[in-house]
Design a binder for this molecule. Structure first.
Ligand code: FAD
Length: 636
């Protein structure tokens, strides 16, 4: 497999502009002749569908929720970054670029990241024009707050509901195009296979989650904006429905999967409370603007937080990282929390640290804190029964986001011509660690501003023969979907789908979670195939395939996680270094920071499917850094 990143050359500031000029255009009359399938209606898929239709293409958009408005993006709380420098605090496109390359621990492409920083400013204008109610200063200007990994305030927000408000903007644009007949919407429909004809992506096979009907949809190009795979860990902050099926099936049809071991643990989540919990809840990173993180100085200190005087508290982030304090990037904050809990200084169940607003309330008043974070505080109280205005929140790291995903070139095309991946589904811009508030930025950059240009180049340059449903590749994909459904229903085993998922999740969390090592990864790689075998022998899927059947839906998703999880561990084992969220215990500095090995691992790992039962093939895209020279990340 040849990986051509297609990154333009020349001064980095002009690369995207020049590239856009070099891309072939499709004239407006011809756009009407093309059809594009977009799977996903989150910020990436929703914005792409609306924009492509606005340009004149015929779009079919799919999502598994009952409305495009319910995509997981709605959960995003804290904000979206943009280098507007409204605060006049020293921000610039270059600084956002720099922070993102450094924050990703030098495992992202410079050209992509620079483009992202450039486009960030357009996103805010676009969303404001749509009416997104970003928070404003008293005088009316948009206000900002700070997120991890940056020393400037560049995060735009709409209270703690930024994702929801941005999604409503994209959704309105999408609905407008649905009304105009340019987008055909397929809610409650799950893509279960990709149709590849003559080496090009030409359609999908989907299943109606209401009637079970399996349908084929053909098009000139296919876009996957299907989100991340964090739920491979079972417990995560992702929506319960988020899954890897679309990208995994694309992988099995020839799309390379990049850096699957790059997963992000978010430091501020509500700690796990029991074995039968099915979901974890994020407390937004924005809380680290004003909340102070601490644990007792003494091990096993059982006093209530108010009984522990300041001198007996360890504000360990402020102590270890005086420059960034509580706003160090997520990977650094998560590992530091794990370290103090491993020392026996955790609070609550022992796997928790305090996030304390006592000082902020003294400074801003309760009302001031409420205005900034009111809905997050209410949510915390509803879940834990504790009032965070009175006692510190208890938080612990949890799986939150996945930087890995389908490998894409600078045009966001995967290794299958005509198949694009956008948003969290691709691996593109965050390297080994995403900075807070940069996922929304990337999803919207891809959907509103990058893909609509680059896809035209493919369509204009490619001879696309007419295809119909009688094609052998279509029948092959339809048969594969029908056979899988039949197989699930015929097993009639005794274990629920969820029980397998929980077991897989625990295994990958233990061996490929916040810290990894060779022995543990080898154990996981040996155990996952055994679990998969048991699943295919003993899973219980009740009901039929011709009705609403969530057990059947979930069986398909878990079957894919059971394969994906193994690749994630294989990738983690192969990468003999620590970088960003990938922390291999064998590779750390004397003070416990991630130790990269740039000589050997400065590449994106793009795994290629080699067929059933065969080891995946590793392809490498070398990364070069002309502007931000790799150095040991320091937030001290
Ligand atoms: C709790 C939480 C808070 C967050 N807060 C922030 C924040 O403040 N700032 C920030 O930048 N990022 C934040 N993130 C990350 C960010 O929300 C996500 O990375 C981003 O929203 C992903 O958008 P997306 O469009 O790529 O995917 P999603 O929003 O996950 O959408 C995926 C879409 O694909 C569809 N889909 C998936 N598979 C299939 C299939 N097989 N068939 C049909 N349809 C399919 C789904 O139905 C859905 O429409 C947060 C994440 C979480 C979990």
């Amino acid at each position: 497999m040849e990986l051509k990143s297609k990154c333009p050359e020349g001064p980095i500031e002009t690369r995207w502009e020049k590239h856009k000029f070099d891309l072939k255009l499709v004239n407006p009359a011809n756009k009407r002749k093309y059809s594009i399938i977009v799977v996903g209606s989150g910020l990436a898929g929703g914005s792409a569908s609306a924009t492509l239709a606005e340009l004149g293409y015929n779009v079919k958009c799919f999502c598994f929720q009952d409305s495009p408005r319910r995509a997981h993006s709605i959960a995003a709380q804290g904000g979206i970054n943009a280098a507007k420098n409204y605060q006049n605090d020293g921000d610039s496109i270059y600084r956002l670029f720099y922070d993102t390359v450094k924050g990703g621990d030098f495992r992202a492409r410079e050209s992509n990241v620079y483009r992202l920083a450039q486009i960030s400013v357009n996103i805010i204008d676009q969303c404001v024009a749509q009416g997104v109610p970003f928070a404003r200063e008293y005088g009316g200007a948009l206000t900002n707050r700070s997120f991890g990994g940056a020393q400037v305030s560049r995060t735009f927000y709409a209270r703690g509901q930024t994702g929801q408000q941005l999604l409503i903007g994209a959704y309105q644009a999408l609905e407008r195009q649905i009304g105009l007949g340019k987008v055909q919407m397929f809610p409650r429909s799950e893509m279960l296979d990709l149709i590849v004809i003559d080496g090009k992506a030409r359609g999908i096979v989907s299943r109606s989650l209401v009637t079970g009907k399996v349908e084929t949809h053909l098009a000139d190009a296919v876009v996957l904006g299907t989100g991340g795979y964090g739920n491979v860990f079972y417990l995560s902050t992702n929506a319960k429905g988020s899954n890897c099926t679309a990208i995994w099936r694309a992988y099995k049809r020839g799309a390379a999967m990049a850096n699957p071991c790059f997963t992000q643990i978010h430091p501020t989540c509500i700690p796990v409370s029991g074995d039968y919990q099915s979901k974890l809840t994020l407390m937004s990173e924005s809380l680290r603007n004003d909340g102070r993180i601490w644990v007792p100085l003494k091990k096993g200190d059982k006093r209530t937080p108010s009984q522990i005087p300041d001198a007996e508290r360890d504000y360990y982030l402020e102590r270890r990282y005086p420059s960034f304090g509580n706003l160090v990037p997520r990977d650094v904050a998560s590992r530091a929390a794990k370290a103090v809990c491993d020392e026996g200084r955790g609070v609550g169940t022992g796997l928790g640290v305090y996030l304390d607003f006592g000082d902020a309330i003294k400074r801003l008043g309760k009302q001031g804190v409420k205005e900034r974070y009111g809905n997050l505080f209410d949510m915390y109280e509803r879940i834990t029964g504790e009032n965070p205005y009175e006692v510190p929140m208890r938080i612990y790291p949890a799986i939150h986001y996945t930087m890995g995903g389908l490998w894409v070139d600078y045009n966001l095309m995967t290794t299958i011509p005509g198949l694009y991946a956008i948003g969290e589904a691709n691996f593109s811009d965050h390297g080994a660690n995403r900075l807070g508030a940069s996922a929304l930025m990337q999803g919207l950059a891809d959907g509103y501003f990058v893909l609509p240009y680059t896809i035209g180049d493919y369509l204009a340059n490619t001879k696309l023969d007419k295809v119909d449903e009688s094609h052998a590749a279509v029948r092959d994909a339809e048969t594969a979907v029908a056979q899988q459904t039949k197989r699930f229903l015929s097993i009639k085993g005794s274990r629920t789908v969820a029980s397998f998922h929980r077991e897989l999740g625990k295994l990958v969390w233990d061996e490929c979670g916040m810290a990894r090592n060779e022995g543990g990864l080898k154990r996981a790689i040996a155990k996952i195939p055994e679990l998969r075998e048991q699943f295919w022998k003993n899973v219980s899927v009740l009901g039929t395939g011709e009705e609403l059947n969530q057990s059947l839906e979930n069986a398909g998703r878990v079957a894919d996680f059971l394969e994906f999880g193994e690749l994630m561990c294989v990738d983690a084992l192969d990468r003999n270094e620590s970088c960003g969220g990938h922390f291999r215990e064998e590779f750390q500095t004397p003070d416990g920071e991630a130790k990269r090995n740039d000589d050997q691992y400065s590449y994106a790992a793009a795994w290629e499917y080699a067929g059933p039962g065969k080891a995946p093939i590793l392809n490498k895209e070398p990364l070069t850094f002309e502007y931000v020279h790799p150095s040991q990340r320091s937030y001290k």
